[in-house]
Design a protein around this ligand. Sequence first.
Ligand SMILES: [Zn+2]
Length: 179
Amino acid sequence: MKNGLQKMPNKNIKSFVSLIGTRDFPLFKSLGSQMKKQKMKRESSDIVVADPYKWSESSQRSYAFECTKEYKDIKYNCCHCRKDTIFSARDQKYTYEVKKVPIDQNRILCTDCWKESLYIANEIRESEKKWACSKNILKSDNGFLLTWLELLEKHERYTQYKSNTAAKNMLKKLINENV
Ligand SMILES: [Zn+2]
């Protein structure tokens, strides 16, 4: 802009200055705030270019493969604690293109609840392993059986579907027999 002004004849500079105003330069101000807004939008990265060729093989056979050009931030409420949560565009790219998670898999939990549900799932797997090795001893250990049952019931509250019905029924039966 400075160079542009230098090339202008004096007369033109005067009319240019009077046009944009000398007190507070409204033209520059509005341009400035517009540029600032655009910069903020870029920084929040709510849109990221998608590369569906990096998806898992099954995702590449899906309808979404043809029509997904970009990821946008997805807002949702955690189904466990109801907290406002964002599945960011950047996180979607990582999830589908690096971790190769199926494209039709939606987020339902916030980060904290997701971590907690993974922890519980891991504890359940540990119980199953112990059970497989020492079934005969553990079937009369109500402490172990109750903890396992509690983990299964707790995990259902994070996943919103009933799972392991057979395991729960077996545990309830054994616990009652031991009482
Ligand atoms: Zn949550």
